[in-house]
Design a protein around this ligand. Structure first.
Ligand SMILES: Nc1ncnc2c1ncn2[C@@H]1O[C@H](COP(=O)(O)OP(=O)(O)OP(=O)(O)O)[C@@H](O)[C@H]1O
Ligand SMILES: [Mg+2]
Length: 234
């Protein structure tokens, strides 16, 4: 489904990604691990066209590099950004509708999609008229994920969805991600919570200073001493 080959990205003279190769097959849940500043978000920015990169980023037969970000969303690649980026004063419902902006003309389709999402996240249905900023941290993260789902992803990019959430809420978040994946959406998940992420994923990549330094099945990496030492703490 997704294949990055030799992807590099710079901010001015600073090289944030260097020759990144990674792929996600149809239906997979793939994790991108790495410490602060490793390049996880930059990888997502390259894929979603938010920052210029070099190399090749293919979705099936289509080359995404060079497309505008709205075009990339139409191809089925939707990002849920780090830090949620909600509009706190706007209602939950309006925030969700923002996710469907590239399908604005398909009102019936969006309405149906919204109903599906409210069925999946009942708490958001209850709070649909409340300002998004009034929700708890976990609920706001649900809004961010649900907004991405309004963009009809084939491939969902989730950037640190567990950031800043209480452990119990993190557990729920990972269950939701697993459910989304089981229902057929391919997921690329950037996480610092390596232990939980490896538990729900098929495969994983480890990044360090803009490069992929390790890859493998999640089970393998969970058992790898270097991974345990660096990312799991034991
Ligand atoms: N807009 C920017 N301008 C300059 N440097 C940047 C910019 N955004 C990120 N960087 C740098 O690029 C490197 C990679 O950052 P990136 O945000 O991709 O890392 P990350 O793995 O997502 O980290 P985190 O876990 O903190 O989110 C870091 O050294 C960061 O300081
Ligand atoms: Mg990041």
């Amino acid at each position: 489904m997704l294949r990055l080959s030799d992807v590099s990205l710079s901010y001015g003279s600073f090289r944030a990604l260097e020759g990144v190769d990674l792929h996600a097959d149809d239906g997979e849940l793939v994790v991108l691990l790495g410490a602060n500043g490793a390049g996880k978000s930059s990888t997502f920015r390259a894929i979603s066209g938010l920052h210029k990169a070099t190399g090749s980023i293919r979705l099936g037969e289509a080359e995404l590099l060079g497309m505008r970000s709205a075009q990339i969303v139409r191809q089925g690649v939707v990002q849920c950004p780090e830090g949620r980026k909600l509009f706190p004063q706007m209602s939950v419902r309006k925030n969700l509708m923002m996710g469907a902006f590239v399908y604005a003309s398909d009102r019936a389709g969006n309405k149906e999609r919204l109903e599906q999402i409210f069925a999946m996240f009942p708490v958001l249905s209850e709070k649909k008229d409340d300002p998004a900023g009034s929700l708890s941290g976990g609920q706001q993260q649900m809004v961010a994920i649900a907004r991405a789902l309004m963009g009809r992803p084939k491939l969902l990019l989730l950037d640190e969805p567990s950031l800043g959430l209480a452990p119990l809420v993190v557990k729920q978040m990972f269950e939701i991600i697993q459910q989304i994946n089981k229902e057929g959406t391919t997921v690329l998940l950037a996480e610092q919570n390596a232990f939980a992420a490896l538990h729900i994923s098929d495969r994983a990549y480890v990044m360090e200073r803009g490069r992929i330094i390790m890859e493998g099945n999640s089970d393998q990496l969970l058992g790898d001493e270097r991974v345990r030492k660096a990312y799991i703490g034991g």
